[in-house]
Design a protein around this ligand. Structure first.
Ligand code: ATP
Ligand code: MG
Ligand code: MG
Length: 373
């Protein structure tokens, strides 16, 4: 009856705690406020700053194993936690994923392709990056970006300095704009004994920098899917992962696979597994960090996941719960701030029965958007 310590009060921790409860574990969440989604479903919570040594010590001493749903804990904080309890995934993995420069360097070291990139720290390196990459390119802060925040697209020389000034003085990476045919991701879990389990490849569509829709399986040829899963396996092994990790990738126009970024935690694009797989990404994660066996990630249905974003989607709630075939997951957030993820909906289809664009929109009922493509 171990206690799993989850750093971070958000929805990923909430759903991990719910999976942990099914396996008979208790969860203890480290959160900022009593209102956080993870606190509402956990056995106990420590409320405080994630970088306060006293808070971290109290938290770690009350649990058996520490994991994260939030990546941005300081190096000192990580050191402190791992001195008290086992931390999975490790602090070393977290540090790589916190910093786009380290992340791309690691990916290069295991032979994974990424978009061409340059480190940008001042006007000279900015100019050099623009010359090397050409326009358009993207400037991203190396740290603390999410949902497309901390990014500027630079389309021509005239916009160069303004984009830099908007993000500086933080260290930045400049990335060549990938003319991708599709965005995909793979969730991988690795156990303490080195067992690696990859879920099926997910196809992702973003809106305003935020994930909007995921399709499982991705509508790509089998060899390409195998390539993405192999690459993901290599990343998990190269990191000596224990736990779960999401790998975001671009599929280029010629079938090349470029890694965008990695996230050593459950991932939004893996939420379809909650209803389409007997063992979902959260249970797989809990099993991995507690040393339980990792079953094959079977998918019994095809699935579409649609994110609910505040405040507009909250207004649709009565229609969503009334609709046939929508499986709702709400995160219990009181404040539906603009652009904040408040929940998601899964829709299941028979295996091999993922419909085309209009079928998907029809199945989404009150959540149907404008059909693209
Ligand atoms: P997340 O919420 O996934 O952590 P993030 O803020 O870390 O987001 P990225 O994943 O780097 O941001 O980028 C967000 C989205 O912007 C990508 O999913 C993709 O749609 C687009 N994007 C990012 N980098 C590139 C690129 N080099 N070329 C083309 N599109 C890109
Ligand atoms: Mg990111
Ligand atoms: Mg991303």
């Amino acid at each position: 009856n171990s206690v799993i310590g989850i750093v971070g009060g958000g929805q990923l921790g909430r759903m991990s705690a719910m999976a942990a409860a099914r396996l008979g574990f208790r969860s203890h969440v480290l959160a900022h406020t009593e209102d956080d989604p993870g606190v509402q479903v956990s056995h106990r919570a420590t409320i405080g700053a994630y970088d306060d040594p006293d808070v971290l010590t109290r938290f770690a001493e009350a649990v058996d194993v520490v994991t994260f749903e939030f990546e941005n804990v300081s190096a000192d904080g990580l050191g402190l936690l791992s001195g008290i309890r086992p931390v999975h995934p490790s602090g070393a993995i977290l540090r790589i994923s916190q910093d786009r420069e380290q992340e791309k360097t690691f990916l290069g070291s295991i032979g994974a392709e990424v978009a061409p990139w340059r480190l940008v720290t001042d006007h000279d390196s900015l100019r050099a990056a623009a010359d090397a990459l050409g326009y358009p390119f993207i400037l991203k802060t190396t740290r603390l970006g999410y949902d497309g925040k901390g990014q500027r697209r630079v389309t021509d020389e005239a916009g160069l300095e303004a984009a830099f000034e908007a993000l500086a003085p933080k260290p930045l990476v400049a990335e060549g704009l990938v003319d991708f045919g599709m965005e995909i991701s793979v969730m991988v879990a690795r156990g303490v004994d080195g067992t690696v389990r990859c879920f099926d490849v997910t196809e992702n569509r973003h809106k305003d920098g935020i994930l909007d829709l995921s399709f499982a399986p991705a509508r790509i040829e089998a060899p390409l899917a195998e390539k993405a899963r192999d690459l993901t396996r290599r990343i998990a092994e190269g990191l000596d992962l224990t736990g779960i990790l999401g790998v975001e990738m671009f599929v280029g126009r010629n079938g090349e696979v470029l890694v965008n970024e990695i996230a050593p935690r459950p991932h939004n694009s893996g939420h379809w597994t909650m209803d389409a797989c007997p063992v979902d990404q959260f249970e797989m994660h809990v099993r991995a960090v507690t040393g339980l066996p990792l079953p094959e990630p079977v998918r019994h249905s095809d699935a579409v996941m649609k994110n609910l974003v505040g405040p507009d989607d909250m207004a649709l709630w009565p229609e969503i719960v009334a609709a046939q075939g929508l499986i709702p997951h709400l995160y219990g957030k009181r404040m539906a701030r603009r652009g904040r993820k408040i929940g998601h909906v899964n829709v299941l289809f028979p295996r091999g029965g993922l419909p085309g664009e209009f079928g998907v929109q029809a199945a989404l009922g009150p959540l149907a958007g404008d059909a693209e493509d």
